[in-house]
Structures are given as C-alpha cells and as structure tokens.
Write a protein that binds this ligand. Structure first.
Ligand SMILES: Cc1ncc(COP(=O)(O)O)c(C=O)c1O
Length: 396
C-alpha cells in the first residue's frame, strides 16, 4: 500500500534538487531556487491527475481537513456529519475548528450510508464529510445529491484514496473540497504532507491564505508586501517533503496497478469460501485496492479469524471493530471530551452526548469485518504463501 515501499532514484533526485539550492521554503527566494518549485509542481500534477481546477499542498491530511473546513466558513457551533469508521483526524479537524462532529451510520461500503444522513441533520448541520475509507469510495453520487438537496457543504476525506475514482471521476472532486494525505503510510507519500483540491477559485484562495497565516500571496518574492485578508495558521509544507511527493505522484498509476493485481490474487481465492462476502464497492474500477475488506458470518467467527490470522503470520489484517484509532467504539477520549485545551463546552451542550450515541447498523457491519492490507513489494511466492496462510485459517 504505501509509496515508501518503492522509494528510489527519482525521490533522491527530486530531494537533491532542493538540497542543492538550499531553499526549503515553498515561497519566495526566486533566484536562489534555480527554477525548482516542488510544492507548486506537485499541485500542478495533482490537478492534472484529478482534473481539479485548483490544488493547495499542505503539511498533512489533518491540515487539509482543517483548511477545507475553514475555507468553507465552518466554525463555532456548526455541526458536521462524519462516519464512525475513519482515522481520528477527521473528527479532530472538526473539533479543532470549533465545530461539532455528529456521527452517522456507515453501510456495507464501509463509508457513510447516504440513506441514514437525514436522521442526524439538524438546523445546525453545515457540512458532511464522507471518508473514502481503505482506498475505495462511498456512494458519493448519492451523498452529493443529498448535500445539494439540503444545501449542505460536501468535503471529501479522500486521505486514504488518492488516485481513486468513481465512474471515471476522481475522488475528491465531487464535493466543494477534497482532502488528501501523503503521510508516511499512504498510497503515495511526502513523509508528511496533504492537499486540498477544489474547482472553486474562491475556496482555493481562502485555503491558500488560511494555510499560510492569511498571506494573500500577491506580493511576489517580497512576502512582507503581502496583505492578510483573513486570520490564518501555518499549515505549510516544506520543499523537501513536496520533492518526495513529486517523484511519488509519477508512480501513482503503477502503484495502483500493482495493488489491484495483488488484491485480485487474494480475493479470487477467498471468494471460494461460501461464508464470506466482500465489502461493497460502488465502482470496482475506481478502487485503489489498498485493502481487501470482507465480512464473515458473525462476530464470533470474525474474532476467531482475526486471532488466527495473527497467530499464523497474516500481518496487516485489522479487525477494525476493536481498533483504537479507526472506530468510534474505542474513542473514549472523544466520549469524555478529554482535550488538552479548554473546549467551548457550551457549544456541545445541545448535541448528543457521545457516550450515548448508538450506531447499531455500523456496529453490526464492523463486528463482521476484517481487512487485509495490500502491499506493493510482495513477490509472487510471498502472495502464494499469504494465500495459503489465509486459506488455512478460513478452513478452520
Ligand atoms: C481517513 C483519514 N483522514 C485523515 C487522515 C490524516 O492524515 P495525516 O496523517 O496526513 O494527517 C488520515 C491518516 O491516516 C486518514 O486515514
């Protein structure tokens, strides 16, 4: 799955370009940088890849979500609908901006269930953030329709799904803004990095300003000449990180091709077991194939298989239901609103107490779900060995 598996000469060359100039900052130093603009280059490449009009690179996927929320004007007391299966960053970004995460059910896509969104909409709902989980898409067309009908902002958390598409259109381009992560374990990596993409000039400008202390970036090489139309933060990426990403994005198609092949080899064998069904993927062609996720008959069987996978060396096979970082059930810090800073608790007082939030449909699905992470570096004999181990466990 991660781009770090195929680091090579291209990454070294791009990084050396930066080190040779000594310019690690993405803005200014026009002469010293000898024509190397790695962050800008990666933004252009992202636009080409996704067909988005604008891209802004930033320091992480979490930063991308925070920037997206800010650019869309979401803040104090607004409610934002999010799924209970994601990485904690999705709701952290919402809280960070002063808004309230509201959890809605997932369906067998392992992403937000479009038909259940209506149950959690209130007069304070401002946005929906579907997460294209484990490399594949939500029912993004239906979620988009819902947001359009209800006048809600749509921000796609495509942090785990760079390069993914739905009916040929890039994930991240369905909503007002799409967010990507290029952290160390993502499909392509900058070490740390992220990006927002959008077709809106206005949102892009807000994002570009917010991510750099409000700089309007019209002063050219003289940053001091920039004005600051809005309050911002520092979510900038360094040229060194961006340089790694420039090399990696050139490999994205190859990475996805390998993932698809490796995933299909395992899926083909698992499909022979009659008590197993697969995660629903609304458009298989657009799956980036970072994970193979499947459902067992019930919780007991799924727990047993997960345990046996661990005992039999089937590594990278999470049982998400018990996972501390990716499923609502274990987010005790959120349930207790344990923040380092003082949260504006009065804003939370009219929203559901997270201790009492009940997501029966999501629980039922997650109890039965196991995912297998797909690696790029597996050789044919390693895939065969893995298949044998998986089959041994499934046979019981
Ligand atoms: C769904 C999702 N959203 C957001 C993030 C945050 O990305 P980053 O680690 O780059 O901050 C992640 C990272 O794992 C993620 O999986």
């Amino acid at each position: 799955m991660p781009g770090f598996e195929i680091f090579g000469d291209q990454e070294k060359k791009e990084v050396m370009d930066v080190l040779d100039t000594g310019v690690l900052f993405r803005y200014g130093f026009d002469n010293a940088r000898k024509g190397h603009w790695k962050a800008k280059t990666l933004e252009q490449k992202l636009c080409e890849k996704t067909n988005a009009k604008y891209a802004h690179l930033c320091s992480s996927g979490t930063a991308a979500l925070s920037i997206a929320l800010a650019a869309c004007g979401i803040g104090a007391g607004d409610e934002v609908i999010v799924p209970p299966l994601t990485f904690v960053a999705t709701f952290e970004a919402v809280i960070n901006i002063g808004a309230i995460p509201v959890f809605s059910e997932i369906d067998e896509t392992l992403c937000l269930d479009p038909d259940k969104l209506i149950n959690v909409v209130t007069s304070k709902t401002k946005a929906v953030i579907p997460v294209h989980m484990c490399g594949a898409m939500a029912h993004i067309d239906k979620i988009k329709d819902f947001c359009s009908k209800k006048g809600l902002i749509l921000i796609e958390d495509a942090c785990q799904a760079v390069g993914g598409t739905f009916k040929g259109k890039s994930l991240g381009t369905f909503g007002d803004i799409g967010c990507f992560s290029f952290d160390a374990v993502k499909t392509i990596t900058c070490g740390e990095g992220g990006a927002i993409i959008t077709d809106s000039r206005e949102l892009y400008e807000k994002a570009d300003q917010y991510a750099d202390h409000g700089h309007d970036h019209v002063g050219g090489a003289d940053r001091g000449a920039d004005d600051h139309p809005i309050l911002g933060m520092n979510y900038r990426i360094s040229e060194l990180n961006a340089a790694v990403g420039v090399a990696q994005i050139n490999k994205l198609d190859k990475i996805i091709k390998i993932q698809k092949k490796n995933k299909q080899a395992i899926k083909h064998e698992i499909a022979k077991f009659s008590d197993i069904s697969f995660r629903k993927i609304p458009d298989e062609n657009g799956d980036t194939s970072t994970f193979l996720s499947f459902f067992l008959e019930n919780e007991e069987r799924a727990r047993n298989v997960a345990e046996k996978f661990a005992e039999n060396g089937v590594t990278g096979a999470p049982y998400w239901f018990d996972n501390k970082w990716h499923y609502f059930k274990q987010w005790h810090h959120l349930k207790q609103l344990n923040a380092a800073s003082k949260l504006p608790l009065e804003l939370f007082k009219n929203t559901p107490d997270y201790n009492t939030v009940f997501l029966p449909q999501s629980d039922e699905i997650m109890k039965k779900t196991i995912s297998i992470q797909i690696m790029l570096s597996w050789k044919d004999n390693e895939i065969k060995d893995r298949i044998n181990r998986i089959k041994k466990v499934l046979k019981g």
